[in-house]
Design a protein around this ligand. Structure first.
Ligand code: PMV
Length: 316
């Protein structure tokens, strides 16, 4: 049984989304996690994830292991209806779970949530106990909370539904459809930056200077709302200025870095219509809005400015 899940990128609204403001995110299908679940002659649940050099039986992993905990969650999920085939955890057959991924870790492309979504989908199909998207989303959110402190839930939502989302924490999911396709170049600083840390730092600053941060988040909220409007009404070229402004606000939240600023600057210099960091910040990725014909040259400029990898993706 196989399942896969895409990467994701946040277009607008990171950090403010943790405080109830809207954010926009889209799937990135150029990178993905693949999971295969097979019967195994060896007893137990065997996990093979060569990319992180993990080859272990589930019960030997600590209960909070990022991959082990997802598998345990699925196997003990109250959502799982009784198995028609009688197959389940602890049956006499062993299970082997093979995980491979092209999504870089801790870079703002949602690798953790994508691993969880793909494992849950593959495992629930293997057990012949299908889950709804809503149930998958909730299970992944539970595991995100274990590892990311106070996540907004945007990563698990965009990856589970594999659609562009306009996300407000705790509200019903809204997807959006661009009136006209547009092109984004993603540039990776190559610096792994745990989201938990930048989210924790922003929280400390917000506690210390609540009024100032609430004002910053309100400005971001306006940007996300306008961005959705421009996207849906087929005027994506107007997003560039909004990206530049959103980046400034993220700088004020202290989540940019010299490397992110350098890539943002290089993209603009190479003709991007606007650019900003994306995700938790401090490292990881930035995005630039480009006219399609300029995508390659902006990607090259990003690489010359130090990007470890670039992805060109069309949002449609
Ligand atoms: O670093 P990423 O791409 O996982 O994004 C984190 C986005 C934040 O808004 C900073 C945190 C969150 O939970 O929404």
């Amino acid at each position: 049984m196989k399942a896969s899940a895409p990467g994701k990128i946040i277009l607008f609204g990171e950090h403010a989304v943790v405080y109830g403001r809207p954010a926009l995110a889209v799937p990135v299908n150029q990178v993905q996690v693949d999971v295969e679940v097979l019967n195994s002659s060896a007893q137990g649940v065997w996990i093979h994830a060569p990319i992180i050099d993990l080859h272990a039986e589930l019960s030997t992993l600590p209960p909070d292991h990022p991959i082990g905990s997802v598998i345990l969650k699925v196997l003990s999920s109250p959502f799982l209806p009784p198995s028609p085939s009688g197959r389940g955890a602890g049956g006499e057959d062993g299970i082997e779970i093979r995980i491979s991924s092209t999504i870089p870790v801790a870079s703002g492309l949602g690798s953790g949530a994508a691993v969880s979504v793909a494992i849950i989908c593959a495992l629930s199909s293997f057990l012949n106990r299908p889950l709804t998207n809503e149930q998958i989303n909730e299970l992944v959110f539970e595991t995100e909370k274990l590892h990311h402190g106070t996540p907004s839930g945007i990563d698990n939502t965009v990856i589970t539904y594999n659609m562009p989302v306009y996300y407000i924490k705790g509200k019903p999911i809204e997807t959006f459809k661009p009136g006209k396709p547009f092109t984004i170049v993603i540039g990776d600083t190559g610096i792994p930056a745990p989201t938990k840390e930048s989210v924790g730092d922003v929280r400390r600053l917000w506690l210390r200077d609540t009024n100032r941060f609430e004002t910053l988040f309100n400005e971001v909220a306006q940007i996300s709302t306008m961005a959705r409007h421009f996207i849906e009404t087929g005027r994506p070229e107007l997003l560039g200025e909004l990206m530049d402004h959103n980046h400034e606000l993220l700088q004020q939240m202290t989540v940019s870095s010299p490397e992110l600023d350098a890539l943002v600057h290089a993209a603009r210099k190479a003709g991007a219509l606007g650019a900003k960091l994306s995700g938790g910040g401090r490292g990881g990725n930035m995005i630039a809005l480009v006219e399609q014909a300029r995508a390659e040259s902006v990607a090259q400029a990003l690489q010359s400015a130090g990007a470890k990898r670039t992805i060109i993706t069309e949002i449609k």
